[in-house]
Write a protein that binds this ligand. Structure first.
Ligand code: PCA
Length: 203
């Protein structure tokens, strides 16, 4: 099988994005299955075009997407994406959206289709803080979650399982905020690897 794993580029003036750092740490092969890694732009609609082109090119069986949640207290398994673009900060092309849908005449929401119970347990068993989340916001992470789930369900049924992980900052990103939660990149990368292992059925 093939799994497409995505992270985002830095945004909002950040130097790094731990989602892409974690994805780039992944091996190219997990239990004999091919891992395709991609960094997506933090740009509304363009991120979805890049994702769709990757899906067309590689025809992955699994889609594991990720992004940074700056205020996160754990690795978050997002359960639902909503049909809304709304954020006080612009995307990396300077576009500010406030209430626009991602897709016209489309469902309000799509649920993640990955094996979240097993994924939660497997990561928890390794002592990494992890929990479910029922809102990925309405910025780029929700955008790729809703859009990726929609592509999988409506256009590319060879994708058997899809969803999105919000990862916490790395310690360097919160050094001026002593009370903020962070995780070393090795831990976040290990969580991503476990998620991929569970999705691929090798764990
Ligand atoms: N986090 C942002 C967008 C890109 C990223 O990594 C978000 O949570 O929407």
């Amino acid at each position: 099988m093939k799994i497409l794993v995505t992270g985002f580029e830095p945004f909002a003036g950040g130097d790094v994005n731990p989602s892409w750092m974690a994805v780039s740490h992944l091996p190219d092969d997990i239990g004999g299955h091919t891992v395709i890694k991609a960094q997506l732009p933090v740009v509304y609609f363009k991120a979805l075009d890049v994702l769709e082109n990757l899906i067309k090119e590689h025809e992955p069986d699994m889609l594991l997407m990720s992004g940074l949640a700056g205020n996160s207290d754990a690795v978050r398994i997002e359960r639902v994406g909503i049909n809304l673009c709304e954020s006080p900060i612009p995307d990396n092309d300077g576009v500010l959206l406030n209430g626009e849908p991602i897709a016209e005449n489309a469902p309000c929401a799509y649920f993640s289709t990955f094996p979240y119970e097993k994924m939660l347990k497997a990561v928890k068993d390794e002592g990494i803080p992890v929990r479910y989340s029922y809102s990925a916001g309405a910025y780029l992470c929700n955008h790729i979650l809703y859009g990726g789930l929609r592509l999988a369900k409506e256009s590319y049924p060879f994708i058997k399982s899809a969803g999105f992980i919000h990862v916490p900052p790395v310690p360097e990103q919160v050094k001026d905020k002593p009370h903020s939660f962070s995780l070393p990149i090795e831990k976040t990368a290990r969580a991503m690897e476990i998620f991929a292992e569970v999705m691929l059925g090798v764990k």
